[in-house]
Design a protein around this ligand. Structure first.
Ligand SMILES: Nc1nc2c(ncn2[C@@H]2O[C@H](COP(=O)(O)OP(=O)(O)OP(=O)(O)O)[C@@H](O)[C@H]2O)c(=O)[nH]1
Ligand SMILES: [Mg+2]
Length: 305
């Protein structure tokens, strides 16, 4: 039997409290963002391309107010490319935002194409950010949830390592202002979550994607959610990654199969599903399964032609 207290069909009812995480530096970060906001010309909101909705922090939407916004779908090399294109069209439509269409742009980026990232960000900032109050150069604030690639983006734009990056949440602990040779002034900010992630599915997406500290999540619930979703939406990727002749019928079956194949056998022949959960979560985060999107734009949304 799988997991501790996680029944086969209960993953979406997993306790929401298991994905709440709002350490002290986030309270300070929220304050710093609010203080710096009035002097900004554009807000660059970094979203995880695999989950653009779950990774959109409602606190940041509130703090941003009516500022022009560039939505940057990061890690697009890990996301399903067709789904990412649909998200871009969705975000560029006025009904997806409280801002007029001319004030919102969306692009997808990846560290695999740094020159393209620099060119697109420069182009979009020129469109959206009009320097105000007699300043000659524009100011852009980079915000988003933890671990989405904000600091990586700053380093890409600066073409040198100015900020620390790492594959875990809450690497950046304080705001950092950077002056680019192109004239743009950027601020990198700590990743910000919100105190109550009410939607259990969004909480599980964030946990699976690595936005919440591993110590604060129900690791096995996140793995079970991922296994269930992957089996339904990307069965061929699951089959090829774990070299399965036949697909297991459910998430628990998949985790048991992973345990069987990856040395997850405990004394007495018991399957180590903790280890299997760890393997699946890390495979998802590293893109080892292939390109996967956890969310699709709302189906009723009108998309561009
Ligand atoms: N595959 C892939 N990984 C990326 C990309 N951009 C960033 N990463 C990785 O994502 C991880 C987090 O990057 P950071 O730049 O530290 O993220 P952050 O948003 O600044 O995180 P916090 O400071 O913790 O809020 C690092 O391991 C990066 O190498 C990308 O385009 N593709
Ligand atoms: Mg950072």
């Amino acid at each position: 039997m799988f997991g501790v207290g996680v029944a086969r069909d209960s993953v979406l009812q997993a306790p929401v409290v298991s994905t709440q995480w709002f350490p002290g530096h986030m309270t300070k970060a929220r304050r710093a963002i609010a203080e710096a906001m009035p002097s900004q010309d554009v807000v660059i909101e970094v979203l995880d391309a695999r989950m653009p909705q779950a990774s959109a922090n409602p606190l940041l939407t509130e703090l941003r107010g009516q500022k022009p916004c560039l939505k940057v779908l990061s890690k697009s090399d890990l996301a399903d490319p067709d789904v990412t294109q649909r998200w871009l069209r969705y975000f560029e439509h006025a009904e997806s935002s409280s801002l007029p269409a001319s004030q919102v742009r969306a692009i997808a980026i990846t560290t695999q194409k740094p020159a393209e990232t620099r060119a697109r960000i420069a182009e979009m900032c020129a469109l959206l950010a009009k320097p105000t109050r007699g300043r000659k150069t524009a100011r852009a604030m980079i915000v988003g949830i933890p671990n989405v690639g904000k600091s990586t983006l700053v380093n890409t734009l600066a073409q040198r390592k100015i900020t620390q990056v790492g594959d875990k949440p809450a690497v950046t602990k304080a705001q950092q202002v950077v002056h680019l040779t192109t004239g743009l002034t950027l601020s990198d900010n700590p990743g910000l979550l919100w105190p109550n992630i009410e939607d259990p599915r969004e909480g599980l997406c964030l946990a699976l994607g690595g936005a919440i500290a591993d110590t604060a999540i129900d690791y096995e619930a996140a793995a079970q959610f991922g296994a269930d979703y992957l089996l339904k939406s990307y069965p061929h990727l699951v089959q090829s990654r774990y070299k399965l002749e036949a697909l297991p019928s459910d998430a628990v079956g998949l985790l048991e199969e992973i345990a069987r194949r990856r040395g997850g056998l405990r004394a007495g022949g018991r399957l180590d599903t903790h280890k299997a959960a760890d393997i699946l979560v890390h495979d998802f985060r590293a893109g080892a399964l292939g390109r996967v999107s956890l969310e699709h734009p709302p189906s009723h949304a009108r998309e561009g032609v």
